[in-house]
Ligand binder design. Structure first.
Ligand code: SF4
Ligand code: SF4
Length: 335
């Protein structure tokens, strides 16, 4: 039932932030305009950059995101271009407000998934995190997408503020008709890293007591569920996706990262300049990927080491997995 999603060098996953502007101001937003830019990419540039990351004969999956990508007036044209270029799948990540009548301008055969973000099973939990009224708007947006036969998924970012409410998500997921559920763990980056917030990191105890059980329940109802591995057991092998996977995180100022936890710092391994993808000189994130430390993920240790535990002898009790290492569970529905 449960499997670890192996990193693959044979496919490319492109996470393309086509703008950083957003109508919401979520507490945990990782967007950092000082590092990522505040421009909206023209459609001609989007198409040019999409071509840079596509290699004929190699599977390429595209996630279009922002900011709020539906604020981009040419999002539908970006989807069409990606399909024409040859991207195998296209997902649109949205906060649910679905601006610019996007559902009227793309079709289910062009968009594999609309992926919505909701951080609680009710407004009282979601809205203090994502903004007043955002629960109702997101639920309405999912309803509109499902009614038009789009496949939908839901992303829940777990923090100390909302993880207890995760157990109430399965009935909501069934009611909404989503096909996939992604549980993420909060990262100390973007707005949270800028300070002024309580510590919202989730403890190992809470994560292990809640997440696998909820995942089983969700999978039992026929919804595929994916969540990050986070805490590795003593016999589990640590791998850094920056070294062994084909993931690219592109921002509108032309920065290209291989690791999401590096995105608050100017250590991106590549950038797009004058329409060309160039490797940056040392020191970049790539140099960090090679460091071998007892705590596992180097960037986790540097920016959010509060989730690491040490024994009385000072030895690290467990390794933290790469934030991109996922578990997945799918069970065929019995109905
Ligand atoms: S919807 Fe996304 S981009 Fe907008 S504020 Fe929230 S986390 Fe940030
Ligand atoms: S999260 Fe850690 S392990 Fe994963 S790519 Fe970044 S540095 Fe490597």
């Amino acid at each position: 039932m449960k499997k670890t999603v192996a990193f693959s060098k044979n496919s490319t996953n492109v996470f393309f932030h086509i703008l950083t502007r957003c109508n919401l101001r979520c507490r945990h937003c990782y967007i950092n305009p000082a590092q990522h830019g505040d421009n909206t990419l023209p459609i001609a540039t989007i198409i040019e950059w999409l071509r840079l990351f596509y290699t004929p004969g190699r599977d390429a999956n595209l996630v279009l995101l922002g900011g709020e990508p539906t604020l981009h007036p040419d999002l539908a044209a970006a989807v069409t271009a990606a399909r024409d270029i040859g991207y195998a799948s296209v997902t649109i990540d949205t906060n649910g407000y679905l601006f610019n009548d996007i559902l009227d301008r793309v079709s289910p055969d062009m968009v594999d998934f609309f992926s919505f973000s909701l951080d609680g099973p009710e407004p009282a939990i979601n809205d203090p995190i994502r903004g007043e009224g955002s629960f109702d708007r997101c639920v309405a947006g999912i309803g509109d997408a499902v009614a038009r036969s789009f496949s939908t998924s839901l992303i829940f970012t777990a923090s100390a503020q909302n993880i207890a409410s995760l157990v109430h998500m399965p009935p909501l997921l069934r009611k909404l008709g989503v096909k996939r559920f992604f549980i993420q763990i909060i990262g100390i980056r973007g707005r949270l890293a800028a300070g002024g917030e309580d510590n919202l990191q989730v403890s190992r105890q809470d994560w292990e007591a809640i997440v696998p059980g909820v995942a089983s329940q969700v999978a039992e109802s026929g919804i595929t569920v994916t969540w990050p591995r986070v805490f590795l057991g003593p016999d589990e092998v640590f791998e850094c996706a920056g070294k062994v996977a084909g993931d690219y995180f592109i921002f509108p100022n032309g920065r290209v990262y291989r690791c999401p936890l590096c995105e608050d710092f100017p250590i991106h391994s590549m950038e797009i300049r004058d329409g060309r993808l160039i490797k940056r000189p040392k020191i970049t994130e790539t140099d960090l990927f090679d460091l071998d430390i007892a705590e596992g993920c180097v960037m986790n240790r540097l920016i959010q080491g509060g989730n690491v535990a040490y024994g009385k002898d000072g030895a690290c009790e467990f390794k933290i997995a790469c934030c991109l290492l996922k578990e997945e569970m799918a069970v065929k529905s019995r109905t």
